[in-house]
Design a protein around this ligand. Structure first.
Ligand SMILES: Nc1ncnc2c1ncn2[C@@H]1O[C@H](COP(=O)(O)OP(=O)(O)OP(=O)(O)O)[C@@H](O)[C@H]1O
Ligand SMILES: [Mg+2]
Length: 434
């Protein structure tokens, strides 16, 4: 999927959580629960500032405008969606009015409850149509140049509507919403809904066990990864991060449980066949072949690919890591730690991953190089790669991940949005030293 669509999809994920929240609030209020005016007002502010002013505009002015020109058959659908965009501010105003009426004793809580649930339903159906209908049409009809232009507009830092200043403001509004959220509705990372259809899960792990002899290293691990998602695995030394990644790539057997990749059961599939399916790993400790040249190390990573393709893939890796090109004839052992890490990532990329497993890419590197490695991860994420990132460097990993899982002695003890885990007291105490 193009990164412009990922940007919209990420925003949809937040909106979906908001919709679920509105829905639960409506349910609470209908069931006689107390009104939380401050929370409701924060939600309305967020809808106005972010959804109406930034998110919809982004779609209208760039993605939809371009698709209109490229595919006339999309026009009726776009007309309907844009009519909803135009009506959205009035719907929020109506909710504000219903809330004010309730607070002044002039309105029925049940009407507000109904209003909130109606808004939530409308939002969900709107998001579904965009993702299930507009996205595929756009993928088909837009040219590479179109995508570049849209991407450039979306990433303009100065844009008054969705540039840096505006997104800082929406983030703040979202945090306000989250901080005011009553326990009963929460705003956790639970998916609570059917936005992610079955096909969106690239990886599904269920109740996975793995042992070294009699030592059980993984107990009943369940996790899922969506296409295009970056998932962080954090946990202390010996928690089982490496074992889990190795169980996914197939070099470590899984004794029990389910393992599905792109819908296929792969638990008993050999490691080399998993590489062919697109599960590629950059292992802990890099494990480059020191005496071999850098280029040969990279070519090893592409052994599953046709020869003709390897040459152009090699150029792409070199474009990403120019230092590797410069030194391509030298033995890999002559590279610094940071460069060897780039080589290990480059080697994994040569396998054309659909899912890239990165085991402690920042391990043992000086702070400046750590940042460089995380920048590489960010770039891959922006290109739409699906990533699992195991890190002891929990803060940096969670900061860039969409979601994270905390592992302790072979079990998952916590999971949630990346930001949400950073804010979690338990995580802060245990892993962030705060
Ligand atoms: N080859 C092995 N033989 C026996 N036990 C092992 C082996 N490798 C790992 N273990 C054990 O399995 C458990 C999980 O180790 P693992 O290396 O997966 O943890 P980790 O989270 O990656 O740790 P680190 O942060 O140090 O990389 C630990 O108790 C470890 O001692
Ligand atoms: Mg490890």
């Amino acid at each position: 999927m193009h990164s412009a669509l990922h940007i919209i999809q990420d925003e949809h994920r937040n909106l979906w959580r908001i919709a679920i929240t509105l829905d639960r609030l409506g349910e609470d209020i209908a069931g006689g629960g107390a009104l939380e005016p401050a929370f409701l007002l924060a939600l309305f502010d967020y809808l106005e500032h972010f959804v109406d002013a930034a998110h919809h505009r982004k779609e209208d002015e760039h993605l939809f405008a371009c698709l209109r020109q490229r595919d006339a058959s999309a026009i009726p659908l776009l007309d309907a969606l844009q009519a909803e965009h135009r009506e959205a501010p009035a719907r929020v105003l109506a909710l504000r009015q219903q809330l004010a009426d309730c607070l002044h004793g002039q309105g029925q809580a049940s009407a507000l409850a109904q209003g909130l649930r109606g808004y939530a339903d409308g939002l969900k159906s709107h998001i579904r149509r965009e993702e299930q209908q507009v996205f595929p049409l756009a993928e088909q009809a837009l040219s590479a140049a179109d995508w570049d232009a849209i991407q450039q507009a979306f990433s303009s830092h100065q844009d008054p509507l969705f540039g840096d200043a505006a997104s800082a403001e929406s983030r703040e509004l979202f945090h306000r919403v989250a901080s005011l959220a009553p326990e009963s509705v929460g705003l956790g990372g639970h998916s609570g809904g059917e936005l992610a259809s079955h096909q969106d899960w690239l990886l599904e792990v269920d109740a996975l066990d793995s042992s070294y002899g009699r030592i059980q290293a993984l107990s009943s691990i369940s996790l899922k990864v969506r296409r295009g998602e970056t998932v962080a695995l954090v946990g202390a030394n010996g928690a089982g991060k490496t074992t889990l990644l190795r169980a996914l790539s197939g070099v470590q057997p899984a004794r029990a449980g389910q393992l599905r990749f792109a819908g296929e059961d792969i638990r008993r599939l050999r490691a080399d066949l998993r590489v062919r399916r697109g599960i590629c790993q950059s292992p802990e400790g890099r494990q480059v072949f020191g005496p071999l040249s850098i280029e040969d190390n990279l070519r090893l990573g592409g052994y599953t690919q046709p020869r003709a393709q390897a040459d152009s893939d090699l150029e792409q890796v070199y474009a990403m890591f120019p230092v590797l090109k410069e030194k391509r004839r030298l033995p890999a052992g002559t590279l610094s730690g940071g460069q060897q890490q780039m080589l290990a990532i480059g080697r994994a990329l040569m396998g054309r991953p659909k899912l890239l497993l990165l085991d402690e890419p920042s391990m043992g590197l000086a702070p400046l190089l750590v940042e460089e490695v995380f920048n590489v991860v960010k770039t891959l994420k922006a290109q739409g790669m699906t990533l699992i990132l195991a890190e002891q460097n929990a803060f940096s990993a969670l900061a860039l991940a969409d979601r994270g899982y905390v592992l302790e002695t072979g079990r998952i003890t916590l999971s949630g949005g990346g930001r949400e885990l950073i804010d979690n007291e338990q995580v802060r105490a245990a892993y962030l030293g705060m």
